[in-house]
Design a protein around this ligand. Sequence first.
Ligand SMILES: Nc1ncnc2c1ncn2[C@@H]1O[C@H](COP(=O)(O)OP(=O)(O)OP(=O)(O)O)[C@@H](O)[C@H]1O
Ligand SMILES: [Mg+2]
Length: 319
Amino acid sequence: MSDAPLLEVRDLSIRFGAVTAVSSVGFSVAKGEVFGIVGESGAGKSAAARGIIGLLPPSARLGGSVRFRGEELVGASQARLRSVRGSEIGYVFQDALTALDPVRTIGAQLVEVLRVHRKVRPREALAAAAELLAELQIADPERTLRSYPHQLSGGMRQRAVIAAALIADPALIIADEVTSALDVTVQRKVLDLLLGVCAARGAGVILITHDLGVVAQTCDRVAVLYGGIVAEEADVFALFDRPMHPYTRALLQSMPRIGDSAPFRPIPGSAIQIFGELRACPFADRCDRVTPACRSALPPVQRTGKSTHRCLHPLAVPA
Ligand SMILES: Nc1ncnc2c1ncn2[C@@H]1O[C@H](COP(=O)(O)OP(=O)(O)OP(=O)(O)O)[C@@H](O)[C@H]1O
Ligand SMILES: [Mg+2]
């Protein structure tokens, strides 16, 4: 079925001991789509991303369902997950700059990634790596391939890490704050290069970020995470035009605006950590629309058209 989602996450939950990082999260990503996940620190973005590809520490408990091209990944064997990672789902994580091996050249590392997943000769692999580095606008790919990580600038190293995630031509890329370690001026460029390569190859992208400006300019759909739940999910225009969840509105209001003299309006209250099972709206303590009902149960997922929200008192009436 051609319109089946590339990735379908249902009722995903992740616990680290007493801490609940993710509670019944659901969303799907279509082929070629750029799907944003936003939310402040501790919202569960990275935990969800790692859960999807089976990269959680052994102590974590994972529940629910993650279907990639129809195949269930929750409970899949380690061998199968290893093969999915890198070859079918590429990922670049927050701490990506430490992902490179300091004592091997960029070329050796890229060739290895490709040869683990694809039957190609070393010379072909090296040519593919050079081509990809050129696509990522690295001026002298051959020289970069011969370099060790410490010989490259942060921006170049980050592109090498991105190249490693893309080289086996995965259908889905998970990019978790990939540019946050970089200088602001290079961040956007590197992200655009990543998205450009994904678009050229028709790969879907899950883009995890704090930056709503980036979301507005690059994503097709967005899930807003708060306290480990998807507070709201919608296409990017609906989300910015007509947020349904008070948390989404608060996030949008905290966005700096060009020419604003007092640009940042932090949301009252601090980010939360959830212990045990979530039995109330996690945003209740910070919400100006809260009622006792919000504190007596986790609001159910409400679906309107292609959007969802989990709020008993949504801001907008669905169109
Ligand atoms: N390995 C771990 N062991 C214990 N708790 C963890 C672990 N990883 C994450 N957590 C907890 O799970 C929750 C979600 O963390 P997560 O890293 O997914 O947040 P995040 O949305 O990615 O935040 P950030 O924007 O800061 O990257 C937090 O309360 C965090 O403390
Ligand atoms: Mg994170």
